[in-house]
Design a protein around this ligand. Structure first.
Ligand SMILES: *Cc1c(COP(=O)(O)O)cnc(C)c1O
Length: 430
């Protein structure tokens, strides 16, 4: 085998092969790329990963069975994937200053299953943030395994500040004595006070778990404080702000390492997705660079600019703004529901999601709010001035058009979206 690595040395499944063998799927991959390029991507949990990460994902590592962990596999032929997984683990530990890392979880939800598996048993009490105040399905919501198998207690936000009510967290923790206390969620615009959670968990005798799925990229980029020194265990996704492949990971204190590893495999998963593990290694190295740190700071600056721009247009940011990559907005000031706003924006080429706001009078499938995030637009090189333009486009789409893409109002906004994207394209052609 050649030691010199050039593009020609790698015999991988190239796109040309797909075009030949399955033009139908090839065409869909191209039309999805076109879709990603053609709209303003404001979904807070999405990003645009690098060509290097995509190359690792499209590799022959997908062929390899590697149940177990490096040097302790249940299959032969693992010499190369062992090196890959060790690299990913070492890079994750260095990036997050963690004692231990498990890079095998297939997704954020799989990582969370493993944390439950490591620290709790069915019937135990667990405590997390309620979904309608910004938590996640896997934090004990009733349709999820976590709500079915555990006795879930939920805290929420203070109605005045709209930020986490730490007095309520403490009261509930002391009353219910949960095995696990979870901090983190999918629609929390503000920084979380990890030290306060740690203190409450100690007082209640609970394991302190941070689900950092959304904001771990900002931690990796050193743009916000890290939960790692405070928490017993931190689970996260690798595909949100972090900008890696779709997947999950867990870091934890040394004392929990063996428990966490056994919970990922063999308790919750079978063979790891080694192409994904390789892509995680690539991503962790990318995140350790000054360029990524600059990116993480810009994501927050852009989110603040966008939140303020929408606020000035009567689309009020919950908590008054954001410290992170996302903001949550109350649409009642402009008299539009979240569901209508999502539809109208999509017609204008603006991709975002409706979202319940705390104490929302509407049903979740209607909702009074929208959630917007800046990871993708920042990857495309947009800055704070662009966010003012984006705020204006969102406001006009939400208030002046119906959900018909052929509606004159939607068409006009779409033309401006196309103009803005022309100077900041996603995946620019080389
Ligand atoms: C996205 C998310 C998850 C789930 O990640 P998946 O990869 O979609 O399974 C878990 N927890 C939180 C807080 C999230 O935001």
């Amino acid at each position: 085998m050649s030691n010199e690595v050039t593009p020609e040395t790698y015999y991988g499944p190239s796109f040309a092969a797909l075009v030949d063998s399955d033009p139908q799927v090839a065409e869909l991959l191209v039309s999805e790329l076109d879709r990603q390029r053609a709209g303003l991507q404001l979904i807070a949990s999405e990003n645009q990963t690098s060509p290097a990460v995509l190359a690792a994902l499209g590799s022959t590592l997908s062929n390899k069975y590697a149940e177990g962990y490096p040097d302790k596999r249940y299959y032969g032929g693992c010499s190369e994937v062992d090196k890959v997984e060790k690299l990913a683990i070492e890079r994750a530990k260095a990036l997050f200053g963690a004692d231990h890392a498990n890079v095998q979880p297939h997704s954020g939800a799989s990582a969370n299953q493993a944390v439950y598996g490591a620290f709790a048993a069915p019937g135990d009490t667990i405590m997390g943030m309620s979904l309608d105040h910004g938590g996640h399905l896997t934090h004990g919501f009733k349709v999820s395994f976590s709500g079915k198998w555990f006795n879930a207690v939920h805290y929420g936000v203070d109605p005045e500040t709209e930020d986490i009510d730490y007095d309520q967290v403490r009261d509930l923790a002391l009353e219910h004595r949960p095995k696990l206390i979870i901090a983190g969620g999918s629609a929390i615009p503000r920084l979380i006070d990890f030290a306060a959670f740690r203190e409450i968990a100690d007082e209640a005798g609970a394991v302190f778990w941070v689900d950092a799925a959304h904001f771990i990229g900002l931690v990796a980029g050193q743009a916000i404080p890290s939960p790692v020194p405070h928490a017993d265990v931190v689970s996260f996704t690798t595909h949100k702000v972090l900008r890696g492949p779709r997947g999950g990971a867990i870091v934890c204190k040394a004392e929990h390492a063996a428990k966490v590893d056994r919970a990922v495999f063999p308790m919750m998963q079978g063979g790891p997705l080694m192409h994904g593990v390789a892509a995680k290694a690539v991503n962790f190295a990318e995140c350790a660079t000054p360029a990524y740190q600059e990116y993480a700071r810009q994501v927050i600056a852009n989110a603040r600019s966008l939140a303020a721009g929408l606020g000035e247009r009567d689309i009020r940011p919950i908590t008054g703004g954001t410290d992170t990559h996302l903001s949550l907005h109350d649409l009642r000031g402009v008299g539009v529901t979240g569901a209508d706003a999502e539809l109208r924006c999509e017609a204008a080429g603006i991709v975002l999601n409706k979202n319940a706001i705390p104490f929302d009078p509407e049903k979740p499938n209607i909702a009074s709010g929208i959630r917007v995030g800046t990871p993708s637009l920042t990857t495309q090189g947009m800055g704070t001035d662009d966010m003012t333009v984006v705020a204006d486009l969102i406001h006009r789409a939400v208030t002046t058009t119906d959900g018909d893409p052929d509606h004159a109002g939607a068409r006009a906004i779409r033309a401006e979206v196309t103009d803005l994207l022309a100077s900041h394209p996603a995946y620019p052609h080389p």
